[in-house]
Design a protein around this ligand. Structure first.
Ligand code: ECB
Length: 134
C-alpha cells in the first residue's frame, strides 16, 4: 500500500466535468443538475481492499474492489453501462481501467500536498477533480 487515501474528502474544483458527461452520453437535464454538485468522497483502504463512496444531494455511488482483481462494475445512477474494471498501483497513483463499450474509460487518484486528485477519462475527454479533507 504505497499511499493511504482513506478519509472524507470534499470537492473543491471540477474541470471539464461537462465534457466527461457528454462523452458518457448523459442527457442535458441530468448534466445541468450534476454539474452544480459538490460531491463528497469517503474512502476506506484496508490493505488491498478499497471502498469509495461518492455522495451528493442528487445521487450516490458506491464502489468496492480489491486492488489487482478485475470486477464487474455497473455504474448504476451514473451512465448505467456495465464494464470490467481493474484497479492497480502505478507508483503512488491508483489507476482504474474500465473496459467496455466506451473507449479509453478509466480514472486515476493521487495525492498532491494535502489534496486528493481524481482524473476521470472517457474517450477523448478528461475531467480533473480536486478534493480537500473535510
Ligand atoms: C455520485 C455523485 C455524482 C452524481 C452525478 C449524477 C449524474 C451524472 C451521471 C454520470 C456522470 C459520471 C460520473 C459522475 C462523477 C462522479 C461519480 C463517481 C466517479 C467515479 O468513478 O469515481 C471513482 C473514483 O473515485 C469511484 O467510483
Amino acid at each position: 500500500m504505497p499511499v493511504d487515501f482513506s478519509g472524507t474528502w470534499n470537492l473543491v474544483s471540477n474541470d471539464n466535468f461537462e465534457g466527461y458527461m457528454v462523452a458518457l452520453g448523459i442527457d442535458f437535464a441530468t448534466r445541468k443538475l450534476a454539474k452544480v454538485l459538490k460531491p463528497q468522497k469517503v474512502i476506506k483502504q484496508d490493505g488491498d481492499m478499497v471502498s469509495i463512496h461518492t455522495t451528493s444531494t442528487f445521487r450516490d455511488y458506491m464502489l468496492q474492489f480489491k486492488i489487482g482483481e478485475e470486477f464487474e462494475e455497473d455504474n448504476k445512477g451514473l451512465d448505467n453501462r456495465k464494464c470490467k474494471s481493474l484497479v492497480t498501483w502505478d507508483n503512488d497513483k491508483l489507476v482504474c481501467v474500465q473496459t467496455g463499450e466506451k473507449k479509453n474509460r478509466g480514472w486515476t487518484h493521487w495525492l498532491e500536498g494535502d489534496d486528493l486528485h481524481l482524473e476521470l477519462r472517457c474517450e477523448n475527454q478528461v475531467c480533473r477533480q480536486v478534493f480537500k479533507r473535510a
